[in-house]
Each structure stands twice: as structure tokens, then as C-alpha cells.
Design a binder for this molecule. Sequence first.
Ligand code: OSB
Ligand code: MG
Length: 370
Amino acid sequence: MKITRMEIRKLKLPLQRSFAMSFGEMNRKETVIVSLHTADGLTGYGESSSFSAPMYTHETNDTCMYIQEHFIAPRLVGREFDTVEEFCSAYRSVVGNRMARTGTECAFWHLLAQRDAVSLKHLVGGTRSTIPVGESIGIKQTMAETLEEIEQRLDEGYVRIKVKIAPDWDTQLLAAIRERWPGIDLTADANAAYQFTQHHKTLEALDAFNLSMLEQPFGADDMIEHAKLQAKLKTSICLDESIESLADIKTADALSAGRIVNIKPGRVGGLVESIKIHNYAVAHHLGVMCGGTFETGIGRAFNIALASLPGFIYPADMSPYQLYFAEDIVEPSYTVKLDGHIDVPDTPGLGFAVREDLIEQFTTQKVVVR
Ligand code: OSB
Ligand code: MG
């Protein structure tokens, strides 16, 4: 397939409500949508689901656009690629910047799915036809609000509740949830808010809440600290920010820094690296869950395909757009069924129809490389 043009757009999506995590509050959602256009007239879409500020990782919407425009697109446009390996090797000189690379790489997977008339699930080797979904609940003003939202999601069928925690929003909250729902699948995600010396006692005490996992208590680089805590904790640590690559999961495994990995294509640079991490985790008896960074339906399509791999035994962070955005840019988007599962599309291509008119409408910045 010959790439004739690459478009990189920043979109601003109207948010339904803000969402707070330990590192800050998200009051607007901007994302980067990439499209690759071929000489045969195909269009492949991908998403670099980054944020306006470098809070979750070092990348931002603007760095994703910049890296793709100046360092990735020029290595692709005018060239021909038949496999994802050939495609990725064209820009292998670009280190880091994994969210930027993800948008580009996923757009190529979308092209492959169209060329071969197969689903993304088929391309990645997925085996599940449905995947279980849990809700990720941000830090709210009050406990009552949080409990109310949990109740609503449980009524809607979600099979796991993940609450965001921080040093001033942890034990009391978890105690209140457990008091009301002793048996639900409950997890907590700290987004790197704690420090070992200051907080390890508090974190060890979280064992009392029978969480299915404690996600990323310490900083991304604090692999040793995670290992020290995991050695004292019954609860499994799930690593999110700490794992950007296959090399990172190998390090984490060697140190016993956690028992579960949250895989997000965006954080690790795309589906190729995600599959490698998944395969390593399965071979080394680590658990795997599929996370997200509030992707639109385009980014979610790749996450859903990934989550259909057999190692994804934990419910995915895959809440549908209605929880965050007023409108999605695919239509129809997916829904969470009353049994808490979503169907994995198994039709050729993305599995969702892209609303190009809405992409146009939400675009605030656009770069075309030809
Ligand atoms: O830590 O898993 C996280 C969203 C943005 C950035 C980081 C995280 C999250 C979530 C929500 O928890 C996951 C989602 O539904 O996309
Ligand atoms: Mg997380």
C-alpha cells in the first residue's frame, strides 16, 4: 500500500463532566486523530489519545502532533508498505513519544484490516467475542457522589469498580464502599500519588479492603519501591505508568514489582508492543488488563480488539463515550450490555463507522503532509 498523504488533527470534544485523578483534573478533552491515505483510495484512522498537559505521561496533544508531522509522516509519505513491521521500521529512529507513534501505527492497522477485509480482532489474533468492562471513577467532591455513581454503574451491569485514590482520598472511601458492597470486584488506582517511605504503612493497610488490584501507587520510575511494597502486600499491584515497553515488563517481572499489567496501546506505542507485552505476561503468569486514556471510538476500537486476546482476564477500562463526551466520532459506538460486557466487532475494518463530518466539526488544528 502506497501512502500518499497523512493528516494529523487536533480535536476538541465537548465533555459531559470533568474527571479528576491524583495528578489533576481534566476539564476538556483534546485528542489527536491521524489518517493515512493510500494511492488505492483507502483511509486508515488512528488516535494519539494524549492530553493537553503532560500529567499522565510526558506527552501532550501538541507533542504528538509535532512528532508525527516532523519525524514520522516524512518517513511514510510517498512510500509503500505491506506489513506492519516494514511500516514501523520506517520511523524506528523516533524514540519514546509512544502516544505519538500509536496514532500512526493504529492508522496502518486500520489500512491492513481494510486491504485484507478482516477485523482488527482477527489481525491481532483475538479470541474473545465479548469483553468484561469495569468503570473507572474519578476523584469527586464528596463520598456520597462517589457512592451514588458506583450504585448506578453496578445497576447498569458493570462488573468491576475502579476508584481513583490519593493520599487524602483512600482509606475512608474504600471503607465506605466495602461497607455497602462487601463482595464487588473493587480496585483502586493511585496514578503515582504515593511515596514509599511516607505512605507504605497506609498502603499495606489497604489489604483489608480485599481489592482485586492496587494500580500504580508510586511514580513511573519507582520500580524498586513497587517491588518493596508488593513483597509486603497480599493485594496484587497492577503497573500502569511504569510499563512503557516489553523491556519494562521484563524488569518489573525480574524484580517482582507487580503481578498485573495495565496495557494501553497509547502508553506503549501501539498494538505491536501491546501484543508483545501481553504475550510476555501470559508466558510469565502475570495478569493483564486493558486500560485506556479516554479514547474516542476510534482509539477504543483498537483497545477492544487488543482486549480480545486470551490473556486479558481482568475487566477492561472501556466505559462508553456517553460517560465522558457528548458525542462520539464513530456511529454507532459500542454499548455495555446488562451483563457488563461489550461485543468485539468481527467485521472487516475498524468495526465502527467513522463520522468524518464530526471529525471535521471538532477539528481545531490540522496538518497535512503529502
Ligand atoms: O490511570 O488508568 C488510568 C484515564 C486517563 C489517564 C489514565 C487513566 C485513566 C483511567 C480511565 O483510569 C480509563 C478509560 O476509561 O479510558
Ligand atoms: Mg491507571
